[in-house]
Design a protein around this ligand. Structure first.
Ligand SMILES: O=P(O)(O)O[C@H]1O[C@H](CO)[C@@H](O)[C@H]1O
Ligand SMILES: Nc1nc2[nH]cnc2c(=O)[nH]1
Length: 378
């Protein structure tokens, strides 16, 4: 049977790899200072006093915050005033100009002209290793790209061919809980569109809410519940740029019906049907896992699996007219029983990914190979 116990060689989560949301404003502040020429930059827009004496005091305070942030240490000051950042610091990312700049930079650094985009979920980065003649870019080297801060997300963009199909693969994605603005999280989708990508394939690790699901099952996402969206947290909020898509995009066809059928056919041929499911994915903000009451509620609302990603990417990709296909690996069972001793944890999530990786990679790569075959139909 499928076992999810942690292997002895599981690497513990490195605390320094993680950026707490609390630290994000400090990093943004650090970037603001750098982009304005460091200590001599114009700090008036952070709301500090205009008088020279006060300015000096604020500057040195800011510098000390930055120094501490750069060393990944909690700042000694207890609060960072929100008025130290402008609105543009919070909503920046995903503008046409930024995406164009990033796409042009990539196009001038690779010969690959991808038509397929892939996003690897937690612990599922092995998919990128299947890419032939890879050309790899670290996120930190790509203009306007955020950085991966989550263990199990390598933070590399891989160009090459998968089963002869030119593709670009995100080996690591961005999540709301990392502290990035939602437009920044989804910036790669718009960049992919500008690169020429037509089909997006997303994978993720998710908790199984459906009581029939087992750890190790793979769920084709047929629909989603955008829980943050209910509170207005939507990557398309803000001015609409018609160059990407319409103001009110339809989401009832978010997950391409033909690609879902193709995946069922491929899974059947590969003998994977016994662990293939199809269901509804619910996104939450994270990073805390769900309480028992929350899991029960989500299950009653019609969600089969719960996670912290994918939906924002799908919304932006659909807005830009790309077809979407998404898979959830059920990495753990959502706890619904107050007597249960089970506890969701990220190591279990990564371990399940390791155990199902080979089959998931085979499923995705075969679907990609058939895209070519079915190209005329799409
Ligand atoms: O959705 P992906 O990126 O696969 O990651 C999932 O796994 C992490 C929790 O273990 C969360 O980030 C959740 O969203
Ligand atoms: N929110 C959430 N995300 C996950 N990612 C992997 N497992 C889970 C889970 O149980 N809950």
């Amino acid at each position: 049977m499928f076992s999810v116990s942690c292997a002895p060689d599981v690497v513990p989560v490195a605390v320094t790899h993680q950026t707490t949301p609390a630290l994000w404003p400090i990093r943004a502040l650090s970037r603001s200072v750098t982009s304005r020429g460091g200590r001599d930059g114009d700090v008036s827009r952070w709301g500090v006093g205009k008088k020279k004496k006060k300015k000096k005091k604020s500057r040195s305070r800011s510098s000390s915050i930055i120094r501490e942030a750069e060393h990944n240490v909690e700042p000694s000051c207890c609060s960072i005033r929100s008025n130290m950042l402008s609105m543009s610091d919070f909503v920046s990312g995903g503008s046409y100009e930024q995406c164009r700049e990033t796409a042009d930079w990539l196009l001038s650094n690779t010969q690959v002209r991808p038509t397929v985009g892939i996003v690897c979920g937690s612990g599922l980065g092995g998919l990128a290793e299947m890419i032939k003649d890879p050309e790899i870019f670290k996120y930190s080297d790509i203009p306007n790209f955020p950085r991966s801060t989550v263990h199990g997300h390598a933070g590399r963009l891989v160009f090459g061919t998968l089963k002869g199909k030119p593709c670009v693969c995100m080996q690591g994605r961005f999540h709301l809980y990392e502290g990035y603005p939602i437009q920044k999280i989804t910036l790669p989708m718009r960049v992919f569109k500008l690169l020429g990508v037509e089909t997006m394939i997303m994978t993720n690790a998710a908790g199984g809410l459906n009581q029939d699901y087992k750890v190790g099952d793979v769920m084709i996402i047929k629909d989603h519940i955008n829980m943050p969206g209910f509170a207005g947290v939507n990557p398309l909020a803000g001015p609409n740029d018609d160059r990407f898509g319409v103001r009110f995009p339809c989401m009832s066809d978010a997950y391409d019906r033909e690609l879902r059928q193709l995946a069922h056919d491929v899974a059947s041929e590969l003998g994977y049907s016994h662990f293939l499911r199809e269901g509804v994915y619910c996104v939450l903000g994270g990073p805390s896992f769900e309480t028992i009451a929350e899991c029960r509620m989500l299950n009653r609302l019609g969600a089969d699996a719960v996670g912290m990603s994918t939906v924002h990417e799908v919304i932006v990709a659909r807005h830009a007219g790309m077809r979407c296909f998404a898979l959830s690996l059920i990495s753990n069972r959502a706890v619904m029983d107050y007597d249960s001793q089970e506890k969701a944890n990220h190591e279990e999530v990564l371990e399940t990914g390791r155990q199902r990786a080979e089959q998931l990679e085979k499923l995705v790569s075969t679907v990609v190979s058939r895209l070519e075959h079915n190209n005329n139909n799409f």
